[in-house]
Design a protein around this ligand. Structure first.
Ligand SMILES: NC(=O)c1ccc[n+]([C@@H]2O[C@H](COP(=O)([O-])OP(=O)(O)OC[C@H]3O[C@@H](n4cnc5c(N)ncnc54)[C@H](OP(=O)(O)O)[C@@H]3O)[C@@H](O)[C@H]2O)c1
Length: 315
């Protein structure tokens, strides 16, 4: 028997339940993984907060994990090659990563980069592939200066590192009182500026005469969006991952993993993001780990909006 978190019905996280479940043996094209760490993302709570088209409750929680293969089904080939019992792997995008053991399609399972711990690896791919898509849709290119809102967050930190690899200069917003956020932005190559009143002027000053070629929004506040619209002339080079309504009203880009075109891009981007981590270009700073049984506290900590790094659940 395994243990697994599920949302029984649409609603808040305190109604989630942690139950014993039978783990199905792997069928054709599937593998079973003993979970060593599950990544915690805001989407875990947001996606079950209300009824959504296509979501059938109860919904097993958690999209990404790191662990060891415990069984391999017939004809199961992983995303990065053949899999054997004992292999250290990551899996994304799966449904039900908040578990001790899970059976998933082998195509979503990849060799874990040796550079990362299980807690780090379990948090690499959701943020990493989102960041890769934000860069791609805004066509950010070497030598350009880009504005990044929520730069110290999980998506922000991945964007900073992927942008540095491309030679893109990033001005990243952080909390005015958050010295550790500013430090994290600097560590990954960005120029921190405080969000809040006067943001537009501070960004212009940090840009030092360079045009702001594009904007990446990972927070969705009106301030972030208004400043992006004021500073970036081409609306096709502004993207939000949080506020579809403003994107529609103001004619700029919105992407989300649940949209088919984003899912296709991110599936392909997994290999590249793993490669960047394996070669030491991409780090995943982890702020805290929690026992799997304390998932609700972990999600609450992330949903407060200032986790200061990623959070992993350890079975
Ligand atoms: N559409 C998609 O495909 C997609 C994919 C991934 C994530 N997301 C969404 O993107 C958002 C960020 O995710 P994440 O995992 O990066 O979150 P996270 O790690 O929890 O980071 C949140 C960040 O928001 C910043 N922040 C908080 N209040 C702010 C404000 N008023 N103005 C500017 N920044 C502020 C915080 O900075 P300080 O601590 O410095 O204040 C922190 O760095 C979430 O809403 C998530 O659901 C969407």
């Amino acid at each position: 028997m395994a243990k697994r978190w599920t949302a029984p019905a649409p609603g808040p996280i305190d109604q989630w339940s942690f139950d014993e479940v039978e783990v199905a043996p792997p069928g054709s094209g599937e593998v079973t993984i003993r979970v060593r760490a599950a990544g915690v993302n805001p989407a875990d709570a947001k996606h079950v907060a209300s009824a959504r088209p296509g979501a059938e409750f109860p919904v097993p929680i958690g999209y990404e994990l790191s662990g060891e293969v415990s069984a391999v089904g017939p004809d199961a080939v992983g995303g990065s090659g053949h899999l054997q019992v004992g292999d250290e792997v990551v899996a994304f995008r799966v449904q039900g990563a908040y578990a001790t053991e899970i059976t998933v399609p082998a195509r979503d399972v990849f060799a874990k980069p040796a550079t990362l711990s299980h807690a780090e690896a379990a948090n690499l791919l959701l943020a990493g592939t989102t960041a890769a898509e934000m860069i791609q849709v805004t066509r950010a290119a070497e030598g350009e200066t880009v504005l990044l809102h929520a730069a110290s967050g999980a998506v922000g930190v991945s964007l900073l590192q992927q942008a540095r690899e491309l030679g893109v200069r990033v001005i990243g917003t952080v909390g005015a009182d958050a010295a550790d956020s500013a430090e994290r932005v600097r560590r990954y190559g960005g120029i921190p500026v405080a969000y809040g009143d006067g943001l537009r002027e501070r960004v212009a000053e940090a840009a030092d005469g360079a045009p702001i070629a594009a904007a990446w929004d990972a927070v969705g506040t009106d301030e972030a969006i208004d400043v992006s619209l004021a500073l970036v002339s081409d609306r096709d080079r502004i993207v939000t991952i949080v506020d579809p309504e403003r994107a529609k009203a103001d004619g700029f880009l919105w992407i989300a993993g649940a949209r088919p075109e984003s899912a296709r891009f991110r599936d392909i981007a997994r290999a590249r993001v793993l490669e960047l981590a394996a070669s030491g270009v991409l780090e995943v700073p982890v702020a805290r780990t929690y026992p799997l049984a304390e998932a609700i506290d972990a999600v609450r900590f992330v949903m407060d909006g200032h986790p200061g790094g990623k959070v992993a659940l350890l079975p």
